[in-house]
Design a protein around this ligand. Sequence first.
Ligand code: TMP
Ligand code: ASP
Length: 235
Amino acid sequence: MEKKELMYEGKAKIIFKTADEDKVIVKFKDTATAFDGKKKGEIEEKGLLNAAISAIFFKLLEEKGIPTHFVELITVDEMLARKVEIIPIEVVVRNIAAGSLVRRLGFPEGEALEHPILEFYFKDDDLGDPLMNEYHIFGKKLATAEELEVIKKMAFEINEVLIAFLKEKGIELVDFKLEFGRDDNGKIYLADEISPDTCRFWDSETNEVLDKDRFRKDMGNVEEAYREVLARLQD
Ligand code: TMP
Ligand code: ASP
């Protein structure tokens, strides 16, 4: 499928139109940002690694009955996807305390959570992606109550599927961020990406960090960690 005009460029991906009204091409970039874009860098081959990793997760989730925007990989770093209207909510699911949960609420880092914690953030760079609750979502008319029920149910289902799959690969799913979109008929799809940029992955044995925290915290060996994740998923 041929790329047409650029529709949208984000920090990690570029979206192009295609000849098919209902499909877009998602190009994964090597650029990495953190802290609302304040920290910038390049992770060599991140684009193709995240495209490959996301494709594996989307295929798995489709097999488990979760509707996703994924159609197919068309080049190493480009994915053909169903065109959806992105709902500007970042849905975070947490299984182990880390990151902002530790900073904001004082959970001990690494504590296994008795029940997964689901959070919503308003996807708005100017506001710094603030945490919000369902009343804020309804107040800003970002999603209806029915849509939010579908999104929450899908997020917890996705969590169960990913936890089980990753455990077999020796990876603990600490937490992750999802984005959803709606098609012209209002059907909700999992969209965006699922990659080491948007998840925390810890080695099950050693707790070694295998995700973007290596970039955020200047831990080194960032590309190696992303490569390791892909290699384990392909195993
Ligand atoms: P947090 O602990 O910083 O709130 O992050 C929770 C999860 O969400 C973590 O897996 C990283 C992911 N995430 C994103 O994908 N994009 C973001 O902008 C942020 C802040 C987190
Ligand atoms: N992607 C976000 C940013 O660029 C934050 C993050 O992933 O840490 O600021």
